[in-house]
Every structure is written in structure tokens, then in C-alpha cells.
Design a protein around this ligand. Structure first.
Ligand SMILES: [Zn+2]
Length: 344
């Protein structure tokens, strides 16, 4: 969820995971799995439960969740809890309205440097100091690190020492969608939890509560590979059900229109989804990202396979700043060729 406040109701699939994880007794938890399933709100909901002054029973009776009204829950909601430390890249902190430390904020305001896209070493050193001091409340301290894969080697090693010898009252929640990028020694010190997404119907219902209509919610949830957060952000970026469903036919006709203004890496991703689904139906499988009726009949397996490989190659260079318009034209030309009906 791009908005990581805990005052908003937690999505139902995250509530279930929170209730299962609250009672977890280790000192470090690793939430892992694809992005767009809500790692960050889940991490904060757990922090809230662990720090709450008057936690309430969850329905299964074995665990206690945050009450949402005490001073501690309020402190988390307004992002100023003294016993919660959130470690994120500065760009993400700013995007999610988390306060930066004063000197970092000043440097950025004075244009001495740009907000960092990595988790900075000095933020990690502050974190170590945080873990060593006494909690201000009675329920210990919590550290949330997200995305944990944005720690560089130095930062990760600093953290590792703390994970090896945790001070008694600090619990760590690491969250990532790129778990393979973490140091194995960090992974091995955490209890891992694989994020679970919603069923299609549950995801659609949740998207409807976020203001999408049912048809749009259903198409975009599928387009986003079942990840509700990503579906929501697609809608925020102007994707409609009609525009998404028009893509395969537009590509065969060589039309650029539905893909106009789609950025380099997203463009490749969209084309890969078309290619994936066309290949799937070609070999008798089910499409994953498009409705069957949006896909093309009569394609060539050979052309699709060659296209798939070409797209993989393009994916590696998609962020290079060469001209977006030329790139779109070249990629649509390639798609048109790959999707042409086989000559008989
Ligand atoms: Zn509370």
C-alpha cells in the first residue's frame, strides 16, 4: 500500500496475516514476497500491536492487536512514536510522509544533496543507538526496515551485528520483495513469512472500497498479476479497463495509442504480459493478465518465443535515458511483427 498509515483499516488479507504473526516470539521477522501485497502496512500493524498500551484480543483469542486509540497507537499513526524506528530510503520516507532526521532534511532542503534511494549508513548508525537505549514505554521497541534490500553492504553489516546480539527489548521487522538480495546471514537470523495475497474476489472488493468500480477493479487486478496495491496504482496512473484490454489488438495493428506515456520499464513489463498471455493461450493454457477475449487468435509460437527473448534483453536496458518516443515506436513495431497472424 503506498499509504502506510495504520489509522486506515487494514485490508482483510493483511488482517489475517497480522493476527497470525502477532504472537510470533522471535526477535526478527522477515516479510517477503511480491510487491503490491502490503508488506509495509502489515509491518506497521504488527509494530502497533506490539507497542499498544491496551491491546485487544483477536477473534482466535491467542493474540492481542493494537487498540487504535491509545497514545501509543496514536503515536504510530502520526509517525512520531519514540519506541518505533522506521528505516527506509529517504525518497520513500518523503513519499510516505515519514519525518527524516533534522540534519538529513536540512541537507535536502538546502540542496546539498538529493534524497537517497538507498537506506543510508548514518540512518543505520542512529538505529543502533536507538536499539541500545531504554524504551520509553513498557512494551519495548520496534524497528521496521523496508525495503530491506535497499541496505548497502556496510549498512547490512552494521545491522547484522545488532541482529546477532539484540538488546533484549527490540524487535525487528524486515520487509522486502527482493529477498534474494539480502545477505544470507541476515535472512538466517530472521523468521520468514511469505506474504499471502487475496483471492480475486477479495482483491476486487477491496479495490471497490478504494473507489474503483467492479469492472475496472477486476481488469486491473488481473493486469497487476493479483496484487491489489499495484492495481490501485495503475488506476492512479490513468489505466482504465478499456485501455488495458485494447492493448493486444492495438499492438497487432501497430497503434501506439494505449501505450502512449507509459514509462520505459513499465512499457516493457506490459509487453511482457501480452507476450506471456499470448504464449499461454497458444499452448492451451490460461492467460494471467488479460481476459481471454482481449487476446488475439492465430499467432505464431515461433514469433512469440523470439519476441519473449527480445523483451528480456530490452528489460535490461529499459531505464537507459534514450528517447522515449523512439523506444515506444521500435517496441510497438517489434510487437506488431511478433503478433502478426502466421502466413499460411
Ligand atoms: Zn493502542
Amino acid at each position: 500500500m503506498t499509504d502506510a498509515t495504520v489509522t486506515h483499516a487494514l485490508a482483510p488479507w493483511l488482517e489475517r496475516q497480522r493476527d497470525r504473526l502477532i504472537g510470533h516470539s522471535g526477535h526478527a521477522l522477515l516479510l517477503q514476497g511480491p510487491s503490491g501485497l502490503g508488506q509495509c502496512p502489515l509491518a506497521l500493524a504488527l509494530a502497533q500491536a506490539w507497542l499498544c498500551q491496551q491491546p485487544v484480543s483477536v477473534p482466535n483469542g491467542h493474540a492481542l492487536r493494537g487498540c487504535g486509540t491509545c497514545a501509543s497507537c496514536h503515536g504510530i499513526a502520526v509517525r512520531t512514536h519514540p519506541d518505533l524506528r522506521v528505516l527506509m530510503p529517504e525518497t520513500l520516507m518523503l513519499e510516505l510522509d515519514w519525518p527524516l532526521d533534522e540534519s538529513a532534511q536540512k541537507d535536502i532542503d538546502d540542496k546539498k544533496r538529493k534524497a537517497s534511494r538507498e537506506i543510508r549508513d548514518d540512518a543505520t548508525r542512529d538505529l543502533i543507538t536507538f536499539t541500545q537505549r531504554t524504551a520509553s514505554g513498557e512494551r519495548g521497541k520496534v524497528v521496521v526496515i523496508y525495503p530491506a534490500d535497499r541496505m548497502n553492504g556496510v549498512t547490512a553489516n552494521t545491522l547484522l551485528k545488532t541482529l546477532e546480539e539484540p538488546s533484549g527489548d527490540t524487535r525487528f521487522i524486515l520487509a522486502t520483495d527482493a529477498q534474494h538480495l539480502l545477505l544470507p546471514t541476515i535472512r538466517s537470523r530472521c523468521v520468514s513469512h511469505d506474504m499471502v495475497g487475496p483471492s480475486h474476489d477479495e482483491g476486487v472488493s477491496w479495490l471497490v472500497t478504494q473507489g474503483l468500480n467492479t469492472a475496472l477493479a477486476s481488469v486491473l487486478l488481473k493486469a497487476a498479476g493479483g496484487r491489489p496495491d499495484d492495481a490501485l496504482s495503475m488506476s492512479e496512473r490513468g489505466w482504465t479497463d478499456a485501455r488495458w484490454s485494447a492493448i493486444p489488438k492495438a499492438l497487432r495493428a501497430g497503434q501506439l495509442e494505449p501505450l502512449q506515456d507509459v514509462s520505459g520499464s513499465e512499457l516493457i513489463e506490459v509487453l511482457q504480459k501480452v507476450c506471456h498471455d499470448q504464449l499461454a493461450v497458444q499452448v492451451g493454457g490460461s492467460p494471467r493478465f488479460f481476459e481471454v477475449q482481449a487476446l488475439l487468435p492465430h499467432t505464431s509460437l515461433t514469433s512469440l518465443s523470439a519476441w519473449s527473448q527480445a523483451l528480456q534483453k530490452s528489460a535490461r536496458t529499459a531505464e537507459h535515458p534514450f528517447q522515449a518516443g523512439l523506444m515506444l515506436e521500435a517496441l510497438v513495431g517489434q510487437a506488431r511483427h511478433a503478433l502478426a497472424p502466421p502466413q499460411s
